[in-house]
Ligand binder design. Sequence first.
Ligand SMILES: [Zn+2]
Length: 330
Amino acid sequence: MKRQRRNKLKYTISNDHHRIFFNLSLYLLSSFGKTPYKKTGKKTVLSQGSSWGYSADNGPDKWAEKYPLCGASSQSPLDLDVSTAPASNVTGALEFIGYETPLPATVSQNSHTFTLKPIEAKTAKLCLKEGSEKLLFCPGDSLPTIKGGSLPVGEIFEFAQFHLHWGKDDTKGSEHRLVGAMLPAEIHLVHWNKKYGDFGTAAAQSDGLAVVGFFYQVAASSNAKYTPILDGLKKLPGTENNFEVDIGSITLNDLIPAGATDHLHYKGSLTTPPCLESVFWNVFTDKIDLSDADLAVIRGVTDETGKSLSDNYRPPQPLNGRTVYSFKKA
Ligand SMILES: [Zn+2]
């Protein structure tokens, strides 16, 4: 079956304001459209891709200088402890809706992480389907959503993208910690509150975003469900931000532990600048298996200068009087 790679500029120069603000608000894109170049004599060199990162000179300790909210009082991630967290008083589990539906998706990388996003058709004309496989997310289709759990009663949060944080070796990589311990990687499935109409508006509200986090652990055998994503990562050029590789359809349920319910929840922030304090955090305790070979593919992802993106995690932030609750299925 022939599959067209989407134009890489589709999101960035789309007139969909929310897409643009979305990218800005998470700073998951370091530049609009083409990578900025500047001429210096005979050589054309890349200008600095991003104003923040994870190095000594631009890392988490420096973020608040340019992004004051990164120094605010309800920041993420946190060091979590299931054994001491008070029991959640919510009545039901967090519900995942449409997580079983195949989702046509791309992977792309920027200066900070790699991101998986649904491929959305801009017009119904693009929605011709070949065989039974869906190639695009079409007008009228529903993206996956979450609701219930600790989220505001009756409000629906729609899936926008997921991305990972990981270390260069197994001793580090996750953003949240479990009683001080890091795991090799952590996935963040980002959702926005549909009552705000678009991602950008939602991201600036205190109840605008809901992120679902899972930790990864090292397993003996490869996780076959991740093969399309890992194969997509191998095709990233590593020299250009936001180059989107079409990976076919993935099913979100396949990527997370089956039947996961137990999680910790608290109110926090984006873990990257501008550190907006708009996130209902839901960090699950069941872990996702990846082999060393799987993790090696992720560790091979590079930024636009060819530098490894590994160690793209922010350390735990002060609790500042917040309570982290533990939800366990009765
Ligand atoms: Zn994240």
